[in-house]
Design a protein around this ligand. Structure first.
Ligand code: SF4
Length: 185
């Protein structure tokens, strides 16, 4: 019997419980903590309300209501895009960052670090499983920029091959809604 589905279900239940506890500690709902967690990892093409809805599989209405709560609590700011003024980039404030300290994700990171090889083999296996399930479900992959098929790097620095815009160093380790899987070697 393959016990992987059961293990994943247990992990999912444990994480959901931890998210509920993280949220309760800060007087927030679990969805608020999940949105902060997403925005802490999202690059500049993905720190948008529509990307949150896609990533978490929730309605734009729920995103909009939750953003209003998070903004009123001073946990994020909305910054107009330099070129598309109607587009708002969502950025965590220091208070928003503080909510994520000692969160479930930190605990998972520490548990992975304690595994052989810093858990890199397990991370690769989980990433492949996630991609396979996302393909089955027709969802965007939201992969890390530097592992994207469009990622370019030369002597002038990093650049997105899709938009042809330069990428700052801190952006290339973030996740992107436009991410594409590189062709198999
Ligand atoms: S290279 Fe890929 S992941 Fe990075 S910004 Fe461009 S589309 Fe997004």
């Amino acid at each position: 019997m393959n016990t992987v589905p059961l293990l994943i279900e247990r992990l999912g239940a444990l994480i959901q419980q931890s998210v509920r506890e993280d949220a309760a500690r800060h007087g927030l709902l679990p969805i608020h903590v999940q949105m902060l967690q997403y925005l802490a990892q999202a690059n500049r093409y993905s720190d948008l309300p529509i990307a949150i809805a896609e990533y978490l599989g929730i309605s734009r209405g729920t995103v909009s209501q939750s953003l209003a709560v998070l903004a009123s609590r001073g946990l994020l700011t909305k910054q107009p895009d330099a070129r598309h003024r109607k587009r708002l980039h969502l950025r965590l404030t220091a208070a928003g960052d503080a909510v994520l300290q000692t969160s479930w994700a930190e605990q998972v990171g520490q548990a992975l670090q304690a595994l052989p090889g810093d858990g890199r083999v397990q991370q690769a296996a989980l990433r492949n499983l996630l991609r396979a399930l996302q393909r089955v479900n027709g969802q965007r992959a939201f992969g890390v920029c530097r592992h994207c098929a469009h990622f370019c790097h030369d002597e002038s620095g990093a650049r997105c091959g899709l938009t042809q815009e330069p990428l700052a160093q801190e952006q290339i380790t973030r996740i992107c809604r436009e991410w594409s899987e590189p062709a198999a070697a």
